[in-house]
Design a protein around this ligand. Structure first.
Ligand SMILES: [Ca+2]
Length: 283
């Protein structure tokens, strides 16, 4: 008797049909198993005039983009894109995980749409959409709410291949301030209640020429791998990086080489941590 351990993988997935529904990775929203192989096949009921749409909520504690999510056909292999429209009446989803610790997985809503439609791409968080047609040659225009900055395309068009010409833009909240006092505190927005989403904050600490600036991290808690604080030695975006920090590990003290430090904080479109509390002094 021989036992083949090569096939000691868990299998999952299913065959699904329209007009719509939801499925998730195994155990969602808890961590999925390692060494799993899942295949979902979604087939539209009306084979003549239907496409499928997916919304992904890929989880966020991945240390690296692995386990990978393979989408078929391969040209649609864009796991971060929220909306994917199939080119035929069928779509495959293949999840393969390795032995490393998994993330909490994903959830997919699918539904059939008309053959000439690109599907509803949604509206950006903190944004406004003009236009509500999703058919070939329809155009959607986007603006951001007051105080937010638009990153990406201001308008997108539904192309003949049933794909939007670009992803919808994002609206970010810019926060800028300068610190010139010899000592002070830098707090992330709404610390410690959570800093929210779509942020791009830049704080500049300027001390007397010839002095240096010391940073002490009193508290630090960011969404790991998706929200970042970068500390740069100087006042420009191109200044050398002293450190880049994410997650919940409190960084140790930092000292500038010059008399100016630039703190850049970026938060993505979902999930937040407490934020950070940093004190500085110069000498
Ligand atoms: Ca985030």
């Amino acid at each position: 008797v021989s036992v083949n351990f090569l096939f000691a993988v868990k299998t999952c997935g299913s065959n699904l049909q329209g007009p719509g529904g939801t499925f998730t990775s195994p155990n969602f929203p808890f961590q999925y198993d390692s060494n799993a192989q899942c295949v979902w096949v979604i087939t539209a009921i009306n084979t003549n005039k239907v496409s499928l749409i997916f919304w992904f909520f890929l989880k966020k504690n991945l240390k690296k983009p692995n386990p990978s999510l393979h989408l078929h056909p391969p040209t649609l292999n864009q796991p971060n894109k929220n909306l994917i429209v199939s080119m035929s009446n069928q779509m495959w989803l293949h999840l393969q995980t390795d032995e490393s610790v998994g993330s909490i997985g994903f959830k997919v809503n699918y539904k059939e749409i008309e053959k000439e439609s690109c599907g509803d791409p949604g509206t950006p968080l903190y944004g406004i959409r003009e236009g509500d047609g999703f058919s070939n040659r329809d155009v959607l225009r986007f603006e951001c709410q007051f105080g937010f900055e638009l990153i990406g395309e201001k308008s997108i068009i539904c192309q003949e291949n049933n794909q939007w010409s670009a992803n919808i833009p994002i609206c970010i909240f810019p926060c800028l301030s300068n610190f010139t006092a010899p000592m002070g505190t830098v707090l992330s927005p709404d610390y410690p209640e959570g800093y929210g989403n779509n942020l791009n904050c830049i704080w500049t600490i300027i001390s007397d020429p010839g002095s240096r600036i010391h940073l002490s991290f009193n508290d630090f808690d960011l969404e790991s791998q998706f929200d970042f604080l970068a500390v740069k030695d100087g006042d420009s975006v191109d200044s050398p990086i002293i450190g880049t920090f994410t997650g919940a590990e409190v960084p140790s003290h930092l000292t500038s080489n010059g008399h100016i430090l630039r703190l850049e904080f970026q938060a993505d479109h979902s999930m937040s941590g407490r934020g950070f509390n940093i004190t500085y002094n110069s000498e």
